[in-house]
Design a protein around this ligand. Structure first.
Ligand SMILES: N[C@@H](CCC(=O)N[C@@H](CS)C(=O)NCC(=O)O)C(=O)O
Length: 228
């Protein structure tokens, strides 16, 4: 299997399936396609990705002659292809809950995503403070994600959202990363969950690679002018 991804420092959608594959030690080859501004014919990223999928986006999973695009479809495919791993919870009701929170993440939290874009190597607490003060919708997203995590952790008993690390945790790992990058204020329990996510093998490996990239892409950087 090959997984096409973008820059590890910036690409939150790529992070989810990559982290999942690594966490469960499922062998795959990574194909990193460096981000550019995604504009038209001149975009090398678009040209390379167009050879694999007409959507022009990452992540994309290629398994022999099968192409699976979009994070949720990739997660579902992996769960079916590797039933020996509990990517989703075994229990039907828990699985329905896990799917609900992933679907909510997939189509929601747009304020947090747009005002606090993924930037693993950066530390921007002053930006986070300003954004929280100015953007009620970001405050709403932060409140909602904390409530969602608290409910899931209470119901499962932890340490991860549905017990052991699974698709839901991979889905929220980039949100946990944004909370760290922007120093957003969260409860002690939420902070402890975030630390567990970052200590998990898959996420820790992604972060290591992201920090080693040292690539600065201006169009992904609304808040910095350089890496230093
Ligand atoms: N719904 C898609 C979203 C994928 C997505 O937007 N990926 C971004 C990178 S994180 C991308 O490829 N952007 C290229 C573009 O916007 O042209 C998924 O879940 O895979």
């Amino acid at each position: 299997m090959q997984l096409y991804i973008g820059n590890k420092n910036y690409s939150s959608w790529s992070m989810r399936p990559w982290v999942l594959l690594r966490e469960f030690n499922i062998p795959f080859d990574e194909v990193m396609v460096r981000f550019d501004d995604f504009h038209g014919e001149a975009s090398m990223f678009k040209r390379r990705i167009a050879k694999v999928t007409p959507t022009g986006r990452v992540p994309v999973l290629v398994d022999d002659d099968l192409v699976v695009w979009d994070t949720l479809a990739i997660a579902e495919y992996l769960a079916e292809r590797f039933p020996q791993h509990a990517l989703w919870p075994h229990d039907t009701r828990q699985r329905a809950r896990a799917r609900s929170v992933c679907a909510e993440m997939h189509s929601g939290f747009s304020a947090l995503r747009s005002h606090c874009p993924q930037n693993i190597e950066a530390s921007l607490p002053a930006v986070g403070e300003r954004v929280l003060k100015e953007q009620a919708a970001v405050r709403g997203d932060l409140e909602r994600v904390q409530a969602l995590w608290t409910d899931a952790l209470q119901a499962s008993g932890g340490p991860f959202l549905f017990g052991t690390f699974g698709i839901a945790d991979a889905y929220f790992a980039p949100v946990a990363g944004r909370i760290r990058t922007y120093g957003l204020p969260v409860s002690d329990n939420t902070r402890a969950y975030i630390e567990r996510v970052f200590a998990s093998a898959g996420v820790a490996a992604w972060v290591r690679d992201a920090l080693a990239e040292r690539d600065f892409l201006q169009f992904e950087e609304p808040y910095r002018t350089s890496r230093s």
